[in-house]
Design a protein around this ligand. Sequence first.
Ligand SMILES: Cc1ncc(COP(=O)(O)O)c(C=O)c1O
Length: 374
Amino acid sequence: MNVASDKKREARASQYMHWAKARSRARFNLATSGLANLKLHELQVSLNDLEITGEGGYGYQPLIRSLADRYRVNADCVVTAAGTSFANHLAMAALIEPGDEILLESPAYEPLLALAHYLGAEVKRFQRSFDDGFRISPPEVERNLSSRTRLIVMTNFHNPSGVLTDDDTLMEVGKLASKRNVRVLVDEVYLQMLFAEPPRTAFHLGSQFIITNSLTKAFGLSGLRCGWIFAEPELARHMWLLNDLFAATPVHAGERLSVVALKRLTGIAERAQIRLDRNRELLNQFLDTRADLEAIRPPFGSIMFPRVKQGTAENLCDLLREKYETSVVPGSFFEMPAHFRVGLGGDSETLAQGLERLGSALDELKLKCLQNRS
Ligand SMILES: Cc1ncc(COP(=O)(O)O)c(C=O)c1O
């Protein structure tokens, strides 16, 4: 294999996903971004709920109807897919051609960037800056739009910062987009953690919006691979046809389990909210004690993205893993090496112990730094 083809292969992979699967595990794992995995028995499924093969056709109608009802959208706007990951792939593959320009937020969830490159897009960026609370600034989006832009891509809540983008800001971006015939893809996989509100989606803000989502993060149901896209009916039809080339037919038992899960979401959400509230308090208390860290602290969601005040977080992440059996996500995966991402969805005891270790690692690095100076 020559060097050129090695490079090509690298471009056809997600470095973050590889790290998450092969390197992120630790005794005190603060690297995961969603709620801890639910067990099968907690879903109270009976064997009668399951079947191996469905009737075929485009989508399992009970699942499509459940999603359409939950989010108050028409059934012909719903496309199901294996997780938000595949929903993003299918949506982007339907929306862009090789050579098209897309405008992606920065920092970004790396698989979105890798996917856009894989599909041959020319990727431009708009900044969400720490100093501005990682907010989306519509003028910053507008400055980076060109006559060649086909698609704007963002996450809500934002991964890695966990910051919510409100509907007014989304509508401003939507207006900029529709004036230029540009579409807006919003990955809403974290948005469902606004548990106190009725299920919400930017799909209702205008026909230029395409939404991706799944039951993965807010409900600890990653293994179901219950993902979906909301798009205007013609576009949705195009995605179903494109999917015939990709996945053709989904795992029917998964679709059946997903219908059961959607009926149980209220109870699952109540427990998730209690856990996240408790864990957020733990992390906030920890951050209050650390003058060497600064962070935007969203009042909901399952992730935060603190910054070390001096240097990069690379040494910290390495030391944490090697000596303290603790993992967080290095900010370099989000193009911000001074930051690291902490997840709040695990059990509180693990988080408390992980944070204690994070404190020890920070203290150790500070001491080393002082010793080197003297
Ligand atoms: C923004 C974003 N989209 C999609 C995913 C993947 O979701 P799923 O497990 O539903 O494929 C993640 C997982 O970290 C994510 O952070």
